[in-house]
Design a protein around this ligand. Structure first.
Ligand code: PLP
Length: 392
């Protein structure tokens, strides 16, 4: 018996452990000072009433003989897939119900999709990046090439700067940088993928934060994307489902490589290795897409947007360069005075009691940058904005 040695090649991430360690030491030295956490990548507002009501009802159904549900369809219940189709259609994007695969979140599918793609493919990953894309490919043993996201390209690299690769990861609005691609920029990526026979894995976990008209909510807003892209969506950040677990992945039937449709392979993979998302959770997810659920979740998104605007306002007032904040819950700022990411972490904690996330934790390209999140509560975010104006 031999282990998968690729796991030994994974780089240990000390990011969140180091943050916790530094914070604990600081608290011990400053027992009376308040900590403001702007580092969390998790939502804080509870599920909206439309969702919890639907889930309560589903729980009761599960407890009655006539309405009990056992195994459901691996792809997800039709009621939820129809609701997702309706959500796309309302924005003018037509997706077939059977092209939607309900999942327990985007992270699982982003990793699992690699099952149906050859190990011989090279992978293109932006730097800095959400670490899941890198680690899942290291685990599989694929060759990774990096694409520099930087201040010059607004942290939105384009294909003319890219090394050749077969699989391309794009995340927009981006975690960690908050930057979001315009339709025009995505058109260039789709054209590039078509020209080179590459596949785009498009992470749209933050699509609901997009408010500017020129920015895409889905890669399928671009002609030709149905022939070269898979889209990963999640209710985690858009509807507070980080602990409830539900997402959906769109695999168009028109996606074909070497004469083989990816849809059929993915369906086969899912029906073999996945037994679906709980009925109760899918009823909750369906309620997100109801008119009431949409109204209520929009109010939560507006709350986070308000937080982001406060933080962005403080940076603007001090002339600090940043991306994000408008179409994303993340703000990605340049550390002042040439500080490194960790130097600024220490400075911010010491001077203001604010905890953020060092950009270098998302890849070498993040060095010298810092991520702030809008997922905190309003009062503390207001206080943080005031402190930032004082110390920057
Ligand atoms: C949070 C997040 C996800 C969503 O993950 P889930 O498994 O659906 O909770 C996906 N991609 C990115 C970039 C994220 O930040």
């Amino acid at each position: 018996m031999k282990i998968n040695e690729n796991y030994l090649r994974l780089e240990e991430s000390y990011l969140f452990a180091s943050i916790a360690h530094k914070l604990a030491a600081w608290k011990e030295a400053n027992p009376r000072r308040e900590v403001i956490r702007l580092g969390i990548g998790d939502v804080t507002l509870p599920l909206v009433p439309a969702v919890t009501e639907a889930m309560h009802k589903a729980v009761d159904e599960m407890g009655r003989q006539e309405t009990f549900h056992g195994y459901g369809p691996e792809q997800g219940y039709s009621f939820l897939r129809e609701a997702v189709c309706g959500y796309y259609a309302a924005r003018g994007t037509i997706i077939g119900e059977d092209e939607i695969f309900v999942s327990d979140g985007a992270k699982s599918d982003l990793g699992n999709i690699l099952d149906v793609l050859s190990l011989q493919n090279t992978v293109l990953i932006p730097d800095p990046v959400y670490p899941v894309y890198v680690d899942t490919n290291v685990m599989a043993g694929r060759d990774i090439r990096y694409l520099s996201a930087n201040r010059e390209n607004g942290f939105l690299p384009l294909p003319d700067q890219a090394p050749r690769a077969d699989i391309i990861y794009l995340c927009s609005p981006n975690n960690p940088t908050g930057a979001a691609y315009s339709r025009e920029a995505l058109r260039r990526w789709v054209a590039y993928a078509q020209e080179h026979g590459a596949l785009i894995l498009y992470d749209a976990a933050y699509e609901a934060f997009v408010c500017e008209e020129a920015l895409a909510r889905s890669i399928y807003e671009i002609d030709g994307a149905r022939e070269c892209a898979i889209e990963f969506c999640s209710l985690s950040k858009t509807a507070g489902f980080t602990g409830t677990r539900c997402g959906y992945t769109v695999v168009p039937k028109s996606l074909s490589f070497g004469g083989h449709g990816l849809h059929a392979l993915w369906l086969r993979r899912q029906t073999t290795k996945f037994n679906g998302v709980p009925y109760i959770v899918q009823r909750g997810a369906q309620a997100v897409f109801s008119p009431e659920g949409q109204r209520q979740t929009r109010a939560n998104l507006d709350y986070y947007r308000g937080n982001a605007a406060l933080l962005a306002g403080a940076l603007q007032a001090r002339g600090v360069w940043y991306t994000g904040g408008k179409n994303s819950p993340y703000i990605w700022m340049k550390c002042p005075d040439g500080m490194s990411s960790w130097e600024f972490f220490d400075y911010l904690l010491e001077r203001a009691g604010i905890v953020g996330t060092p950009g270098s934790g998302f890849g070498p390209g993040g060095e010298g940058y810092f991520r702030l999140t809008a997922f905190g509560d309003r009062g503390r975010t207001e206080k943080a904005a005031g402190l930032l104006k004082e110390i920057l």
